[in-house]
Design a protein around this ligand. Structure first.
Ligand code: 5GP
Length: 192
C-alpha cells in the first residue's frame, strides 16, 4: 500500500513513552494525524478502550486473518500477538491524515520490506534503570511479564544505535522536552 503522505513509525522499548508522545501529537493536531489501531491478543488494561488503543482479539481469529493476507506485519511480543492490518493504515490514509504506527522492532524490520515508506522514529528511555522504574510505576504488568519486557527492551535498545535504521532517535528524558523535539522533527516535514 502506498500512502500519499509518509506515515510515521514509532518504535522503541515498551515504557519509553511512545504512546504518550503519540497521544500528545494527536491531541495538539487532531485533524493532521490518525493512529493505526493494531490488533493484539494481549489482555486489555484498565486504562484501554477496545477499538481505540487496540483491537483486542482471540489468537485463532487473528491467525485466520493473517493467513488471509489481511496484515501488513505481525509479531509475537512477550508471548502475545500484535499486528498492523492493511485496513488500520488504509482507514487513516483514506481520511487524508498522516498515519502514526506504534510497533515493535520485529514490526519495523517487516515494514522496511514493504512499500509503506514511513519515517522511523526510535523513542529511547534515558537508561535501562529509568525504563524499569517507569514500567514498574505503571503498575499494570505482572512480575513474569515485567521480566520478559525488560529482556526484550535490552534487545531493542541494542538496535537504537544501528546505522541507517532510524530517521530520528529521540531520548525521552522529560516528556515536555521530548515532545518539543518530536514536534520540531515533524513540523519540519509536514505542513501543519
Ligand atoms: P503493549 O503491550 O505495551 O501495548 O505493546 C507491546 C509492544 O508491542 C510495544 O513495543 C508496541 O510498540 C508493540 N506493538 C503494538 N502494536 C503492534 C503492531 O501492530 N505490530 C507490532 N509488530 N508491534 C506492535
Amino acid at each position: 500500500m502506498l500512502a500519499r503522505v509518509r506515515p510515521i513509525v514509532f518504535a522503541g522499548p515498551s515504557g519509553a513513552g511512545k504512546s504518550t508522545l503519540i497521544k500528545k501529537l494527536m491531541t495538539e493536531f487532531p485533524s493532521a494525524f490518525g493512529f493505526s489501531v493494531s490488533h493484539t491478543t494481549r489482555k486489555i488494561r484498565p486504562s484501554e478502550v477496545d477499538g481505540v488503543n487496540y483491537h483486542f482479539v482471540e489468537r485463532e481469529a487473528m491467525e485466520k486473518e493473517i493467513a488471509e493476507g489481511k496484515f501488513i506485519e505481525n509479531a509475537v511480543y512477550s508471548g502475545n500477538m500484535y499486528g498492523t492490518s492493511i485496513k488500520a493504515v488504509q482507514d487513516v490514509v483514506d481520511s487524508g491524515k498522516v498515519c502514526l504506527l506504534d510497533i515493535d522492532l520485529q514490526g519495523v524490520l517487516l515494514v522496511k520490506k514493504t512499500d509503506l515508506n514511513p519515517y522511523y522514529v526510535f523513542i529511547s528511555p534515558p537508561s535501562m534503570e529509568e525504563l524499569e522504574r517507569r514500567l514498574r510505576g505503571r503498575g499494570d504488568t505482572e512480575e513474569d511479564a515485567m521480566q520478559q519486557r525488560l529482556e526484550t527492551a535490552k534487545k531493542e535498545m541494542a538496535y537504537r544505535d544501528q546505522e541507517g535504521l532510524w530517521d530520528y532517535v529521540l531520548i525521552n528524558e522529560s516528556l515536555e522536552d521530548a515532545y518539543a523535539k518530536l514536534r520540531a522533527f515533524i513540523t519540519e516535514r509536514y505542513p501543519l
